[in-house]
Design a protein around this ligand. Structure first.
Ligand code: TXA
Ligand code: MG
Length: 344
């Protein structure tokens, strides 16, 4: 199959909508990462998404909607808190989990009786959903296990010859996937995956708990609310380690490494030995989120065998960066002060 890469503007909507209506798959831009979209109500189309990604069947997809009306076609019940959060954060990077109506295919939802729903903040994609008239099931448009794509070229690298069309909407604004929440009650939400809608932002509306799976490794036999938590994720070919400590310790640690092909994602002002390749990362959590996946992909392109990434903050957007990094690093955190490898 030939994969066409075309600018995501109004003139592409009819073509993209036709592919989707015919049961095909289109990569779409969103404000978080690119998605691999298909008609969420068409079981065969959804199967094509799982195939293109190599995604385990039990890992459910997010349904992307273009209006709150569409939510009522998907969710069996919508509690008042969900409506308040939709009003505050949609369109935007918040995914909410609802009991699903029977006509939503089990395949789309990984066999669960719930559906995850979000309204993305991207004009092209919103217009496309409106044109289609059905929700778009769209996981991140990477090969399963790889870093999520934050540009159309990343999607092309993973999906070339597997899908007919990639709509190029430029670089994604946030760079990490949406915040995923479910409702413990009408007053409390549980964060299953942190994102740009931060715990601090949610706290303005309700009590918030961070699920233990966000920062801890899930044991293989434990049942989790969000199946995505179980799987290896966001990993480049290189081995990734999180490096904890102040700049001077980080500099000393890197100078003492004599391996070849070392990559480093840091604040930008560390003094590095010549042998270490630096990739964009940054100091603020927002900038780190924007750069993280692209830099992990770049490190592979440059042939890095090992990549050290400075420990992010663990609040605000930093929690999302830390959550992705822990998975990319297989939960390995090195203390640059003593060089100890601490699996968390
Ligand atoms: O920002 C995003 O959310 C991007 C863009 C494309 O919208 N999408 C994305 O999808 O990240 P994906 O499939 O890569 O991640 C969806 C996550 C997975 O961890 C999955 O397990 C969880 O959401 N999820 C989906 N439906 C669920 C459900 N019914 N119950 C619990 N978790 C669910
Ligand atoms: Mg994903």
């Amino acid at each position: 199959m030939i994969t066409k890469l075309a600018k995501a503007d109004d003139s592409l909507i009819d073509e993209a909508a036709k592919i989707l209506k015919d049961g095909g798959v289109v990569a779409i831009p969103t404000e978080t990462v690119y998605g691999l979209a298909a008609n969420a109500l068409d079981v065969e189309a959804v199967r094509s998404v799982f195939r293109a990604k190599g995604r385990p069947q039990d890992n459910p997809l997010i349904l992307h909607i273009g209006s709150v009306d569409m939510l009522y076609d998907i969710a069996e019940t919508v509690n008042p808190l969900a409506l308040k959060l939709a009003e505050a954060f949609w369109p935007g990077p918040l995914t909410m989990i609802f009991p699903r109506k029977p006509h939503i295919p089990a395949e789309t939802c990984g066999g669960l009786d719930t559906a995850a729903v979000r309204m993305p903040k991207n004009n092209f994609t919103l217009k496309l959903i409106e044109k289609c008239g059905f929700p778009l099931a769209a996981p991140s448009a990477n090969t399963s296990g790889k870093p999520s794509p934050t540009s159309a070229v990343h999607v092309f690298d993973d999906m070339n010859s597997k899908i007919p069309l990639i709509a190029d909407g430029g670089d994604c604004r946030f760079g990490v996937e949406s915040t995923v929440i479910c409702f413990d009650s009408n007053e409390r939400v549980r964060i299953l995956r942190p994102g740009a809608v931060t715990p601090e932002m949610l706290l303005e509306f309700c009590d918030t708990v961070i699920d233990s799976g966000v920062l801890e490794k899930i044991k293989p036999d434990v049942k989790v609310i969000s199946p995505g938590m179980k799987y290896k994720h966001y990993s480049p070919e290189a081995e990734v380690f999180i490096l904890m400590g102040e700049s001077d310790c980080v500099e000393r640690f890197l100078s003492s490494q004599n391996a070849e092909n070392i990559g480093f994602l840091g604040h930008g002002d560390e003094k590095l030995p010549e042998s270490v390749m630096r990739f964009p990362y940054g100091k603020s959590s927002e900038v780190q989120a924007e750069n993280l996946f692209a830099s992990l992909r770049k490190a592979d392109e440059y042939g890095c065998k090992t990549v050290y990434v400075r420990m992010p903050e663990t609040v605000g957007m930093g929690l999302a960066v830390y959550n992705r990094l822990l998975r990319a690093a297989g939960f390995r955190v090195i203390d640059a002060g003593d060089g100890e490898d601490n699996a968390v």
